[in-house]
Design a protein around this ligand. Structure first.
Ligand code: SF4
Length: 365
């Protein structure tokens, strides 16, 4: 896999999907024999992944199975929850304690570690010694929103390698610059993103959007740019992504990236499991929409809502889903299934920015 590549797999079976995407990316070949490997999930709080806050245990399980089947046995799960929450409790709540027992993979809490001081650009940081000493780090962020930095993904997930004192220091510095600088020091060898049901706009979860995808790559800036695109933002809207690109961590150039979708999403969208998502879904008429397509539309509706435009769709709800195939209509349609309508946004599934642009144009008529 090259740094300008991204791979995406869709579905609702994260364990199997993880094994397939690791196989397709030839992850095992990137890791030297006998290397110490750290899996770094996002356990910001002790909440179940279905809330949209944390990395699914099934994704770690798929990765561990894959690595062990390829002869890589020296694996640990390493994380430090945010200040005020217990990583040990989080390990239990998300089910990593079972993984640890079943696969003989230790759980390591960076809060209990010794720290080394490392500097970049005049900023000195306290970083977990264990994280720094790993031979190969696999970063496993959740695709989700964040109340301060708008989105969170690969770049920000490395905050879990810091001491609690350093996490507080990062907040006092406004997060963006230190997050970007941290990524010049801690350099994961592989990024495996959990896009199963990340939160719409809050890192602690509560408004999960079922997006049914797992993605991987080598460049954290490119991965975070993909997360931005999926949620309907431009990478330039997120200062730490811009800074990370400027200091050479990676590239935001999605237009020239090689993006491989390993399959099509065939799972059906399910009713919203939170009030905020249900509010957005009131503007949508779904008939058998695929999960990924529906999720992209919900993210687009959230961005239109941010701009005060969503109310314009009250009288003409947006149609989406395979149930509209072969039908005609005057409402806005999303996806190739609605190509018989007077107007529709093409794609299968269409990307979130394309849906936003289409609906903005529709509203402005
Ligand atoms: S356009 Fe139709 S078939 Fe394609 S992803 Fe959307 S709902 Fe599914």
């Amino acid at each position: 896999m090259e740094r300008n590549e991204l791979m995406i797999i869709y579905g609702d079976k994260p364990l199997e999907m993880t094994k397939k995407i690791c196989e397709a990316a030839h992850l095992a070949d990137m890791i030297p024999a006998g290397a110490s490997i750290g899996l770094k999930p996002n356990l910001v709080v002790a909440k179940h992944p279905d809330t949209g806050a944390t990395t699914h245990a099934e994704i770690l399980e798929g990765c561990i199975q894959y690595l062990q089947e390829h002869g890589h046995k020296n694996i640990m799960i390493i994380e430090g929850s945010w200040v005020g929450d217990s990583t040990t409790r989080a390990f239990k709540v998300v089910g990593y304690d079972r993984l640890s027992r079943q696969y003989n993979v230790p759980l390591f809490d960076t809060k209990s570690d010794a720290y080394e001081h490392r500097s970049y650009g005049g900023l000195t940081m306290e970083i977990s010694k264990t994280a720094l000493n790993l031979d190969f780090l696999i970063n496993m962020p959740v695709l989700k929103g964040h109340c301060q930095t708008i989105v969170t993904g690969a770049l920000k997930n490395l905050k879990g390698t810091l001491s609690d004192r350093e996490k507080r220091h990062f907040h006092s510095l406004g997060l963006h610059k230190p997050i970007a600088y941290l990524n010049k020091i801690v350099r994961p060898g592989f990024i495996l993103g959990d896009g199963m049901c990340g939160d719409l706009d809050f890192e602690e979860g509560g408004n999960p959007v079922r997006m049914n995808r797992i993605f991987c790559g080598l460049d954290p800036v490119l991965i975070d740019s993909y997360i931005c695109q999926t949620m309907g933002y431009e990478p330039d809207e997120i200062p730490y992504i811009r800074i990370a690109e400027d200091i050479g961590v990676g590239s935001t150039d999605l237009a020239h990236a090689v993006v491989t979708e390993l399959n099509k999403d065939t799972s059906r969208a399910k009713p919203a499991s939170s009030r905020r998502v249900a509010q957005l879904a009131r503007y949508v008429d779904d008939k058998d929409a695929c999960s990924a397509c529906y999720a992209n539309l919900i993210q687009a509706c959230a961005r239109l809502d941010d701009r005060g435009l969503l109310g314009w769709l009250k009288k003409t709800p947006v149609k989406i889903g395979q149930g509209y195939r072969g039908q005609t209509g005057t409402c806005p349609g999303i996806g190739n299934c609605t190509r018989g309508f007077d107007t529709h946004c093409a794609g299968c599934p269409p990307k979130t920015p394309d849906i936003i642009a289409y609906l903005e144009e529709y509203i402005s008529r």
